[in-house]
Write a protein that binds this ligand. Structure first.
Ligand SMILES: Nc1ncnc2c1ncn2[C@@H]1O[C@H](COP(=O)(O)OP(=O)(O)OP(=O)(O)O)[C@@H](O)[C@H]1O
Length: 261
């Protein structure tokens, strides 16, 4: 499935009732089996754009549509947020099965999917554990399994690893890449972290400070496996520097003026 974001604007009202332009004239596609990463300074509208693609917010102007769905139906969308929002009273299996119950799958099919997706995210053996018994990285794995278990047409991830410590984060990026290669879902991923963007993306979309506009779209022409290894280090770093060069001034200004709050 392909997502087309066509001349999209988003306006908010600030606390004085003034109209604020959060996003301006956004044009973007997420192709079939493509991993697109959004980066930009704090408050540039990354989450707003992701939420609009996910249908949680409406554009103020412009349109977002999908192409290439086999049947005439609304797309199904899996979402993973930074705060994974597991139900504390449900086990890992119960959390993964939640969307499947909503979708009316019978018990046998639910059990099969729970088993498959627990294994895919590396949680086999933890199906009966409760969220409080898991580490932060494991909770994110549950969130990913829950999002994938509904077999979505599109995967949206909003800073899913930003609350994790640096080492766990690195491991989870590797895990995500492995999982993504197994599913190859069209994915939109938001992050502040430029290394993470270069590591994961087919294309990195750089947004400017408010009003958020697309400053640049950078195709990462590196192999998926071993992308950050010795062999590709110089090019990996060159991409990261290029992106940081595009964001740096805006990020400094956002820091001083306190955007995003
Ligand atoms: N409900 C709202 N009402 C008013 N303004 C809002 C609302 N939601 C977001 N904004 C403003 O719109 C802009 C974009 O917010 P958004 O959260 O999408 O940015 P972001 O790039 O995801 O930020 P961050 O990187 O800090 O998470 C910000 O200036 C924010 O303050």
């Amino acid at each position: 499935m392909k997502v087309v974001v066509d001349h999209v604007y988003k306006y908010y009202e600030d606390r004085h009732g003034q109209q604020v332009v959060a996003l301006e004239d956004i044009g973007l596609t997420i192709d079939e089996e493509e991993f697109v990463v959004l980066v930009g300074p704090s408050g540039c509208g990354k989450s707003t754009l992701l939420n609009m693609v996910g249908g949680l917010l409406s554009p103020s102007a412009g349109r977002i549509c999908v192409e290439g769905l086999a049947e005439d139906r609304d797309p199904s969308i899996g979402i993973v947020f930074q705060d994974v929002g597991l139900f504390p009273w449900r086990t890992v299996a119960g959390n993964i099965a939640f969307g499947l119950e909503e979708a009316g799958l019978d018990e046998a099919e639910r059990a099969e999917r729970v088993q498959y997706y627990s294994a895919l995210v590396g949680l086999s053996g933890f199906e009966r554990a409760y969220p409080h018994q898991l580490s932060g990285g494991m909770r994110q794995r549950v969130g990913i399994a829950r999002a994938l278990a509904i077999r979505p047409d599109l995967l949206l991830m909003d800073e899913p690893f930003s609350a994790l410590d640096a080492q766990t984060r690195t491991l989870m990026q590797e895990e995500l890449l492995r999982i993504w290669c197994a599913t190859r879902l069209s994915t939109l991923y938001v992050t502040h972290n430029i290394q993470e963007a270069v590591y994961l993306a087919d294309r990195v979309v750089v947004l400017s400070r408010r009003p958020g506009r697309i400053v640049s779209v950078i195709a990462i022409d590196l192999p998926r496996q071993g992308r950050d290894g010795e062999q590709h280090l110089a090019r990996f770093n060159a991409y990261a520097e290029q992106i940081w060069g595009l964001i740096r001034k805006d990020a400094q200004e956002a820091l001083i003026e306190g955007d995003g709050g």
